[in-house]
Write a new protein. Sequence first.
Length: 306
Amino acid sequence: MRIQAILRGIVFILTAFTAGSTAYASFHVMQIEQVIGGVNGDTSAQAIQLRMRAVGQNFVSQARLVVRDAAGLNPILVKDLTTDVANGAAGDRVLIVSSSFTNLTTPATVPDFVMTQTIPASYLAAGRLTYEDDFGTILWSVSWGGTNYTGPETGSIVNDADGNFGPAFSGPLPSTNTSALQFTGAVAAPSVNNAADYALTSGSAIFINNARDLFSLGGFEPRLTALGREGNDIRITWTTLPGKTNALQRTLGKTNSNYFTNFTDIFLITNSLGSTTNFLDIGAGTNSSGYYPRAFCAVRTERRRD
């Protein structure tokens, strides 16, 4: 009988462990990647972007977002995420915005969720935003306002080794321009502390939804993200937006390290899906020198290919 009891205990422990592991593979391993409390002074225009730290975190129907004031009190339910999202790769996002935010980006934002309540303007100087399960377990926390935030900073150890997300980011939640508060760690990075982990975006924020579409608050300037040799060929990759026509141009270089300005189109495409596109320039790797400008959507900035 005692052996049977021990075996039952072992089975129970294994079952509990397995159940817990399954739960953590569903929506828990998540960052609050980006938050903006207003756009150019309009505090009704807000956005929150989550980012999955691991594969399979797209079952967010059991999660919610809650904001608290400078003392960590007076919680307000910003959004109860009542449905799941489709994409669950590591690094995939979940975008939650206010209805006033959608038409301020290029193109107009297609969010995954619309906020039920915005973050009150009185919370922007100092406050705390938490990503929680439906039972109130705090899975990720970001607070702002420096020492003006006096409330608790603690939560679960799922995404922070000691369960303490503080101290708070030193400044207020941005709302006066087009910059956002952004987590600067890598995709899989856990929280260390908000003061070290968060910074303002260097320019206008770009938000990304679960369908991996990009929405910019400052218009959109395509960026060359990769330039690599593949045998005798060169592959060029750049950021883009759905519906934008992209023209890639090239000219040959000179032996004195100068370059011609008579660029000609070698690739023209209207992007219909996704946030990047690329072109394989056949034989370009055998040229002694050559240059690609960045000439997308009337943006023309010279960039040398080494």
